[in-house]
Design a protein. Structure first.
Length: 209
């Protein structure tokens, strides 16, 4: 598996390309802001874009999607159905990102983990060595829960799910707030919110509200 992390837009967003090295089949995660920059990376690496994976439906994570739908007609776009209502426009080939389901590009398998909290349909995408966490988990932080549809209680459970992943799992977040990448193990040692989610629900809820 190869990963290219692309910093895009005025809100320190990350878009990602992940691909199978043998087939060059690829997925784009959260295509936003600078579609041309993402397309240049696809071309540079000789990739065949097979799908788009959305961690949630907030505009700053999806606003370059129409560009890719024009260039790649019929491109499957995966999003958990609990976030469908947030979309300002529905993608042409919108697919339900089902919790626990596995997607495949080439020989690369990607597991969908429903992680509600920041939004009702937030999802993370897990490979053998990495997890793309969107706005659920950042380096040193967690997602906001003061937005329409947010839930601190749901985020607590979602962070507990992520904390149970292998410690060496690399985190690729949706924004560059305190760093570009980390690991689950490091975040369990240094991220207050992940620590609280692993221990005390009341303290976690107090910290995020």
């Amino acid at each position: 598996m190869r990963i290219e992390q692309l910093k895009v837009g005025p809100m320190d967003n990350f878009s990602y390309l992940i691909w199978d090295e043998t087939s060059k089949d690829a997925a784009v995660i959260d295509p936003a802001w600078e579609g041309e920059k993402i397309e240049d990376a696809i071309s540079k690496n000789g990739l065949e874009l097979k799908m788009a994976l959305l961690t949630h439906a907030h505009p700053d994570h999806v606003n370059a999607l129409p560009r890719f739908e024009l260039k790649y007609p019929g491109l499957p776009v995966y999003l958990h159905e609990s976030d469908f209502f947030i979309l300002e426009r529905e993608p042409q080939n919108l697919k339900k990102a089902q919790d626990g389901a596995t997607l495949q590009i080439g020989q690369l398998k990607i597991k969908i983990i429903h992680t509600p909290g920041h939004t009702p349909g937030s999802a993370c995408y897990l490979t053998d060595t990495a997890v793309f966490t969107g706005d659920t988990l950042f380096v040193g932080e967690c997602g906001r829960v003061d937005l329409p549809g947010s839930s601190a209680e749901a985020l607590y459970e979602s962070l507990r799910t992520l904390a149970a992943l292998p410690p060496m799992t690399v985190i690729y977040p949706g924004h560059s707030y305190n760093g570009d990448t980390s690991t689950i193990g490091v975040q369990k040692d240094y991220n207050l919110y992940l620590q609280l989610a692993s221990k005390n629900k009341a303290d976690f809820l107090k910290a995020v509200k």
